[in-house]
Design a binder for this molecule. Structure first.
Ligand code: AQP
Length: 334
């Protein structure tokens, strides 16, 4: 059976980008023949500084967001990465397979490390090797991600292929990215060239899954746009990234194509489009926010769910890790 794996970092409150690019689709895979494994990747989050006083809370919030978006712990394995040691162990083994040059080429590293990359954590550079471990510890065959993670997934494929080649085995699958839908890249509300991100310093740049109706409406009202009326099709929005983003968000939330949305708004300006978008966004997010709040009322139950998930994950990953060590010639002394 196909095995699907994906993860989200508890590096801040989750955003509409995380929802449309990831969470919204996660639940749908549960109803296919595939086995689904979802991981809150706390070891990834600490590649940039995380306040220890809030990381556990962020992790529970992410778990609540998964479940609020429809991920059912009875159908999917849901856990936090740091509790399953195969991730860190396999990442080390992959550090010996991956090449330094591969890591320096990653655009996310360049973006997050900034100008002073010598001062970035070594973990931030090695991030894609840990991501490869997340995926390959379960020999996962498909990974649903947003467009932004495509480069990292290619690196996972490179690591799997090099491992198989170097050791002359067919041990790791060459994982396929599952990138589809109109909002695989939701952009910042303040800058149409930057992706919407939970760690953007400007809260106005994103819609958080915990924002209430007023906050959502206000952020959409203030979103950067232009003064031109909307065209009848997306082709007419070529040089208008902010406008394109808002139309894509509308389409993704209402399960339409962007052209279907535009056909109703042709000739109208943002004065009428933005309130309509706010209404669609509030209607889509309100139930999720409400369910998140319900789950978060019982943090001990969230911990129990994640703990059970970690046990299940460990059961799958441990033999794959052991086999990997055998292939590499590491002595099995017990
Ligand atoms: N703006 C986005 N549009 C579409 N999909 C997105 N994803 C994130 N942002 C967008 C998808 O969400 C999943 C989890 O991402 P992550 O938490 O591992 O980290 P990220 O991609 O780096 O997301 P953020 O919000 O930008 O986090 P920070 O600010 O901490 O780096 C992935 O499937 C991703 O594609």
């Amino acid at each position: 059976t196909p095995r699907i794996l994906s993860g989200i970092q508890p590096s801040g409150g989750l955003t509409l980008g995380n929802y449309l690019g990831a969470l919204k689709r996660f639940a749908t895979f549960q109803d296919t023949e595939a086995e689904t494994i979802y991981c809150i990747v706390d070891l990834h989050a600490i590649t940039v500084w995380q306040d220890p006083a809030v990381l556990a809370t962020r992790t529970r919030e992410a778990a609540a967001a998964f479940m609020a978006a429809g991920v059912d712990p009875a159908k999917s394995v849901l856990f936090n990465q740091s509790q399953v040691s195969a991730h860190a162990e396999l990442a080390w083994l992959f550090n010996t397979v991956a090449r330094v040059g591969w890591m320096y080429r990653m655009t996310q590293f360049k973006d997050k490390a900034g100008k002073n990359s010598e001062n970035a954590s070594l973990g931030l550079l090695a991030y894609p090797a840990l991501m490869a471990a997340d995926i390959l510890a379960y020999q996962a065959t498909a990974v649903p991600v947003g467009e932004d993670q495509k480069q990292h997934l290619e690196l996972t494929r490179d690591i799997a292929a090099k491992f198989n080649h170097d050791y002359g085995v067919e041990h790791f699958p060459i994982t396929e990215p599952l990138i589809e839908g109109v909002a695989t890249r939701v952009m910042s509300l303040r800058d149409g060239s930057k992706k919407m991100s939970k760690s953007d310093p400007s809260d106005a740049s994103r819609i958080n899954l915990t924002d209430d109706a007023d906050a959502i409406s206000q952020k959409i009202r203030k979103a950067r746009t232009d003064a031109d009326p909307l065209p009848g099709t997306m082709a007419g929005l070529k040089d208008r990234p902010e406008a394109r983003n808002l139309v894509n968000i509308y389409a993704a939330l209402s399960d339409e194509t962007p052209d279907q949305v535009l056909s109703r708004f042709e000739g109208q300006g943002f004065g009428s489009f933005k309130p309509a978008l706010a209404e669609v966004a509030v209607a889509a997010l309100e139930p999720i926010t409400r369910r998140m709040t319900d789950y978060l009322a019982d943090p001990a139950e969230i911990d129990r769910i994640l703990g059970r998930g970690a046990d299940q994950a460990d059961e799958i990953a441990a033999p794959i890790l052991a086999k990997t060590k055998d292939i590499m010639g590491l002595l099995r002394s017990r």
